[in-house]
Design a protein around this ligand. Sequence first.
Ligand code: HEC
Length: 292
Amino acid sequence: MTKLLLISLMLIAGTAIAYFEHSEDSAAEMNGIKFSEHKEFTTKWKLVTVRYRDDSKELRLTYANDLAWKAMKDLTPDYPEGSKFGKVAFFTEEDPAFPSSRIPSGTRRFQLMVKNSKLYKGTNNWGYALFDQKGKLFNEDVKEKTEACAACHQLVPERDYVFSRPFHHSQTTLSASSGGKRSTGISFKQKKPSDFKGLITEHMKVATDWIESLEGPLQKHAFSGTLDEVVPLLLERVKLMGKDTVLYVNEKNFSLVKLKTGKNSCLGELNRPVTIFIYFNGGKVREAEHCI
Ligand code: HEC
């Protein structure tokens, strides 16, 4: 896909789109975690790992403060009080000087996790914060958003709710799914097309016997970021089951991965074409082609 097309697809947007657009509110604090106190984490903390999301063309860098860094050398760490992680996400684009090399282009957001068992007991002892590229809050309910962060991070209890592992660990231990042992919170149900309402039905016109639907805490506690973060899990499921797969929060908010019919431009091992659709508050925020 050409760069222009990709960018235009990524920019298809409804009106107010929280995760994808910041609010004018400048109170840069979430769950007592201040942006101003953490904004230099990219230079002051240790770089833990780098991840690149092929579906969203997004580069993510994760950093740990000293306490967290020391503890994470253990593969089943128990992070001490005061451990902190910071993650920064960038868009990427082709380097005009060397087209097959992609370069970061524009910060998308900053995410923080702070361990404090007194303050954050209800979210497995971690406090969560999310800021846009200017250090502002996104325009969504803080409580709901926090629950959504914790609902997804609870997928990795054996790592004390932290997904990242230092990238010098061997490749096998880098796998996000602990070698397929993921058990908490992920369950898929087979649903009929008629179980869904609203905008999604547009994408269900092609006859299909069932749709794989992700249920559980991720569906119950979701914010706009969930719709984006969940795509790799959905892709994994499509690959396994060979069925369209969705995280359906409600009529206006869902992430859908559809197997594509017709012309196939996927080659080699990843030869099944899919289309990823993300709808937030009734607006389409992403439509992207992908090979699985
Ligand atoms: C649907 C799943 C999902 C949701 C929702 C989610 N995360 Fe994450 N988070 C991840 C994954 C997966 C990683 C691993 C790195 C990556 O893939 O970018 C991660 C990594 C992180 C990291 C780096 C430390 C680590 O665990 O690796 C921070 C900090 C973080 N997330 C904060 C947040 C905050 C704050 C929120 C809510 C505003 C949030 N996350 C919501 C899935 C999620």
